[in-house]
Design a protein around this ligand. Structure first.
Ligand code: SF4
Length: 344
């Protein structure tokens, strides 16, 4: 997908009519009704770190899970509930369904996608793989079920590095998709032979190195935490580079009292919980003319709201369905990842 089409797609989402903000009484009412509906439908709420803090709070209060995409996948697979409500973006719901085809998987909306997923269409990706049959195909979790079904391995940002290292130790050459920044970062850390697909996250790609240097000058004692979906020039300025879970851990382990954070700021909810009293500053993005309107907030993650969670539960709406014929091939690389990470 070209950068122009990505930009138009994001702008369409940003321009879409946003629901009026809820007042405190409405928030409490929705939370209580969702908690009741979860019990009534034998359901559990699984939320990503980038979703609205209200959803993260509700997932925690109702025995669900708030985590990165690797742990969301593991939690959904192992939890006994017959319905999983996945608050995140579409590939997360699909991953849950592939790992637990016997469960019903609902999402607050089916329109929440990801620029990495839509930038890696299966036909083009499959043709790319066909051109390089000698390479092991490693795809990021942020891909469609069809792309996963074409892969040898699925990875997330929390396990990509050790998995690529182990493949390299076995002498394998890698075809990597879709995030060129994460792929480039792993290549620089491992020196692995990697052929990269040209995809990017429209949120992380907006972080700017020059503005980050200027901000660091204002807060010289701050530690810079960067998600590796960011451009290399931003990653180079980091004190810690890591997945969402690894960045949260860094706020607990580093002695600094201030952190400049280059990832979606939905993560601040868990960072504040993990390291209370620390000052968190979002890393600078590109301003109002940028693709993501300088928000450091994924427009698709923001589509997950309390009213939509309730509606999906009460009406059984937005059920994720994955074509049955894809599941055996898509589950293999996912299970490989879960098995590998269970030994780390
Ligand atoms: S933050 Fe980026 S990688 Fe994550 S869902 Fe949004 S577009 Fe995709």
């Amino acid at each position: 997908m070209s950068q122009i089409s990505e930009r138009l797609l994001v702008q369409a989402h940003l321009a879409a009519k946003q629901p009026a903000p809820l007042n405190d009484a409405e928030k409490a009412d929705y939370k209580a009704r969702i908690a009741t509906a979860l019990k009534a439908h034998d359901a559990v709420l699984v939320a990503h770190y980038y979703t609205d803090p209200l959803l993260q709070e509700l997932a925690e209060e109702t025995g669900g899970c708030v985590s990165d995409s690797l742990e969301m996948a593991r939690f959904g697979k192992n939890h006994p509930a017959s319905t999983l409500v996945v608050a995140g973006v579409r590939f997360m719901g699909e991953t849950a369904k592939i790992l637990s085809p016997e469960k019903r998987v609902l999402m607050p909306t089916l329109d929440a996608t990801c620029s990495l997923d839509i930038g890696c269409p299966i036909d083009e990706f499959s043709a790319f793989c066909d051109q390089h049959p000698d390479r092991t195909v490693v795809v990021y979790a942020n891909t469609s079920a069809a792309v996963k079904a074409r892969a040898d391995w699925v990875v997330t940002s929390s396990c990509a590095l050790p998995i690529v290292e182990s493949l390299m130790d076995r002498g394998e050459k890698i075809l990597w998709a879709p995030d060129k920044h994460l792929g480039g970062y792993i290549q620089s850390k491992t020196d692995a032979d990697m052929l990269l697909w040209d995809g990017a996250c429209i949120v992380h790609e907006e972080f700017k190195a020059k503005a980050l240097i200027d901000l660091k000058a204002v807060y010289p004692d701050a530690a810079i935490l960067v998600h590796p979906e960011s451009p290399a020039a931003v990653v180079e300025l980091a004190d810690v580079v890591g997945s969402t879970s690894q960045l949260i851990k860094a706020t607990q382990e580093l002695p600094n009292s201030t952190f400049i954070v280059a990832t979606d700021k939905g993560i601040f909810y868990k960072m504040q919980q993990a390291a209370p009293g620390r000052r968190l500053i979002d890393a600078p993005t590109a301003g109002d003319g940028a693709t993501c309107r300088s928000c450091a907030n994924c427009p698709w993650m923001a589509m997950n709201t309390l009213p939509r969670v309730l509606q999906s539960l009460e009406q059984g709406a937005n059920e994720i369905l994955v074509p049955e014929e894809l599941i055996p091939a898509a589950v293999r690389p996912l299970e490989r990842m879960l098995e590998f990470t269970s030994k780390l």
